[in-house]
Design a protein around this ligand. Structure first.
Ligand code: HMG
Length: 389
């Protein structure tokens, strides 16, 4: 008999600053409802220079790692497209910051917003073969477009940390999944750029096409239909995107089930609406949001659509476990979001311009305003200076 493998714990971190989307709309000469309803974002995380994907991942992972769990972590798979080095993996810095055993295997995975899903599936396969092992999977990014671009309203950032284990507390992954790859230029970031290049409208169409493809294939592989699902979680670059995805398949459901799926979607977009895009972590923040705000019960089947531009799509599913509420700290996450400070558009623009330069010069950052456990203090001799308080 095959063992049950999946997500045992989830942690989430986003920095303590946010920008109000109605205020940004006004500053950009747009109707606030375009951002609030048309795009579906109310707030956006603002990432100070003292946080990067490594520190955000450490701040998320430290929530779910006890000394006993650390001993069992055999592998760290770090999904990101906001890497800080073209050679050395963020996972190695992270394993050091978290004080993991030197017997841990640590690598970085990149495929736009799909990286964490690759990590999750590789981790699950590993644990199926090594059931005593646990794998730390990270999805961390800073979604950065340009000031006054169409993509500006879809920025954000943060990190999701997931512990993948046998007999998981939160979600048992089902073994069948459907994935699809095609060489598409909808969004990319050449190594010489700090902001992504994007064909925005095209990217939204590719997202929907990929969803149709993998959803159809998953149904053919499993003989399941929409009636077998209690909720869906989507990659949410902005919440309207997932709403469009759900609308695409909703007519396949009976009227009462449509209402259930719509309510589940509202729960799944709640936290993303206040954080913005965190690229590869977005699907898993949406799942966490569904766990926190949804009307779920053990045994519910949840469908996941992961999309990474460039492009890779995957549809997979999992069954909610009886102790799922023990796998994350709901009160701490509510507090994390509630305690954030609002910054004005002028302050956001100043922070946007203060990101660590690409010239390799020594920098000492003003760390006084950042009270996160893990933070970046600067750069010295071409090396990032990570600190833990
Ligand atoms: P835009 O051109 O500024 O917006 O760009 P728009 O004119 O298309 O309007 C957006 C929506 O607001 C429309 O609704 C309007 O009707 C509505 P829709 O037709 O889409 O349903 N609207 C209003 N609604 C209410 N009241 C109003 C009002 N005015 C207009 N007054 C775009 C939007 C998303 C293209 C842009 O923000 C962008 O380029 N974003 C970045 C790309 C992106 O997020 N793509 C998503 C799919 S690709 C993906 O998910 C991968 C990604 O995460 C990266 C990775 O994989 O690493 C991005």
């Amino acid at each position: 008999m095959s063992i049950s493998v999946g997500i045992d714990k989830i942690g989430f971190y986003t920095p303590g600053l946010y920008l109000d989307m109605a205020e940004l709309a006004t500053a950009r000469g747009e109707d606030p409802n375009k951002y609030l309803i048309g795009i579906g974002q109310s707030q956006q995380a603002v990432i100070p220079p003292t946080q990067d994907v490594v520190t955000m991942a450490a701040n998320a992972a430290s929530q779910i790692l006890t000394p006993e769990v650390k001993d069992d972590v055999a592998m760290v798979l770090f999904g990101t497209e906001s890497g800080i080095d073209n050679s050395k993996a963020t996972a190695v810095y992270l394993a050091h910051l978290l004080d993991l055993s030197s017997h841990t295997r640590a690598v970085e995975l990149k495929q736009a917003c799909y990286g964490a899903t690759a990590g999750l599936q590789l981790a699950a396969d590993y644990v199926r073969v090594h059931p005593a092992a646990k794998v730390l999977v990270i999805g961390a990014d800073i979604a950065r477009y340009g000031l006054r671009t169409a993509g500006e309203v879809t920025q954000g950032g943060g990190a999701v940390a997931m512990l993948v284990a046998a007999n998981p507390q939160i979600l048992a992954l089902e073994p069948v999944s459907s994935y699809h790859t095609a060489d598409v230029m909808d969004f990319w970031r050449p190594v010489y750029r700090t902001e992504a290049l994007v064909d925005g409208k095209y990217s939204t169409n590719v997202y929907l096409d990929f969803f149709k493809t993998v959803w159809t294939d998953y149904q053919q592989q499993t003989q399941r239909t929409i009636a077998d699902f209690d909720a869906f979680a989507f990659h949410l670059p902005f919440t309207k995107m997932g709403r469009k995805g759900l609308r695409q398949i909703l007519p396949e459901a009976a009227a009462d089930q449509q209402a259930t799926l719509k309510a589940a979607f509202e729960a799944s977009q709640e936290d993303n609406r206040h954080v913005g895009n965190l690229y590869t972590g977005s699907l898993y923040l949406s799942f966490l949001s569904l766990l926190r705000h949804g009307q779920l019960t053990a045994g519910n089947r949840i469908g996941f659509f992961s999309y990474g531009s460039g492009a890779e799509g995957e549809f997979f599913s999992g069954l909610l476990q009886p102790d799922f509420r023990q796998g994350f700290d709901d009160a701490a996450l509510t507090q994390l979001l509630a305690q954030r400070q609002r910054v004005s558009v002028a302050e956001y623009e100043a922070i946007y311009r203060r990101q660590l330069s690409n010239d390799g010069r020594d920098v000492r950052l003003a760390v006084g305003d950042d009270d996160a456990p893990y933070y970046l203090a600067g750069r010295q001799n071409q090396q990032r200076q990570y600190r833990h308080r």
